[in-house]
Design a protein around this ligand. Structure first.
Ligand SMILES: [Mg+2]
Length: 306
């Protein structure tokens, strides 16, 4: 890959506090100033102003911003090398890839990295509508409820600061509360993975490219971002008391051994048919479809590495 970049496009979400802080850091960085290259900043929601294909793209933000930016690049049909400057709440993708979370180190790699790493992406359609690509994990069931509650608390005056500070710990507390208190914890679904049909009943279904989800959970411990496969995990119906244990084991990614009722498969295509229920894609609820179709796109994204 040719690393001599003549134009750099930086995509970020100006509405995000962390991304704005990262932008201030980047703007004052001598590394970027001394580059002698055209650098253009664009709001991820106003990309219609970008006309020419850049030589490399820096995405400044969290997992949601990365997903939006990758989808936009694919719509342009631009195969640009991409670097992530982690500036989100979870930064799960960077954590999963073992990329540095430090702004200075990330910027160095983004500007001068000589290596590249291909990762798979997963294309999703919901009730026949194209939802584009996801990079990490899609889930339905309790995780969508937990995230909805977490997002509500995160915007609540007075509470939002301690919630931000507690981050994963607060998310985990909400997850435990939801798992224990939810009156309708379990839902049935019909899932078809590479032609195999499964009838499932439980609190959550995960389809993953990457092992983890926010809050320090590892629902798909066998997932690998570059193996050309997606991983399916369906949590089983559990009693009130077993819920504590399940919660602990998913945190450590040990639930496959400890709960033999867990359904776990790897494949290339998944169709999930459910009663309309919110679906969480890379940390954002995108809708509440009845039919979800997911297909792995091997090596769908090229990332810049050191
Ligand atoms: Mg995989």
């Amino acid at each position: 890959m040719n690393r001599s970049a003549n134009s750099i496009l930086i995509l970020g979400n100006p509405g995000s506090r962390r991304a704005t802080e990262a932008r201030s850091f980047l703007d004052s960085s001598a590394e970027l100033k001394n580059l002698g290259t055209e650098v253009v900043w664009e709001n991820i929601f106003e990309t219609d102003r970008v006309e020419a294909r850049p030589d490399r793209v820096l995405i400044v933000g969290g997992d949601g911003t990365v997903r939006l930016a990758v989808n936009w690049l694919q719509q342009q049909d631009w195969q640009c090398p991409v670097a992530i400057i982690p500036a989100g709440t979870g930064n799960n993708l960077c954590k999963g890839l073992g990329f540095p979370l430090d702004l200075e180190q990330s910027l160095k790699i983004a500007l001068h990295g000589e290596g590249s790493r291909s990762i798979d992406t997963i294309s999703i359609s919901a009730d026949g509508e194209d939802w584009g690509q996801m990079l990490q994990i899609t889930s339905t069931g309790l995780p969508a409820k937990v995230t909805h509650r977490f997002d509500r608390w995160r915007k609540f005056p007075l509470i939002k600061h301690p919630v931000r500070w507690l981050g994963d710990s607060f998310y985990r507390l909400l997850a435990l509360q939801t798992l224990l208190m939810e009156t309708r914890r379990n839902r049935s679904a019909r899932i078809i993975i590479d032609g195999e049909e499964l009838e499932t009943f439980g609190p959550a279904v995960f389809v993953a490219n990457e092992a983890t989800i926010g809050g320090g959970f590892t629902p798909c411990p066998k997932a690998n971002l570059s193996d050309g496969l997606l991983d399916l995990c369906v949590l089983p119906k559990v009693s009130y008391f077993e819920a504590f244990s399940l919660f602990r084991e998913i945190s450590a990614g040990r639930h496959l051994d400890r709960f033999p009722e867990v359904v776990y498969r790897q494949g290339r295509e998944v169709t999930l048919i459910q009663e309309s229920h919110p679906v969480l894609v890379d940390g954002d609820v995108l809708g509440a479809p009845e039919v979800l179709e997911l297909r792995v796109v091997p090596a769908g994204l090229q990332l810049i590495t050191d």
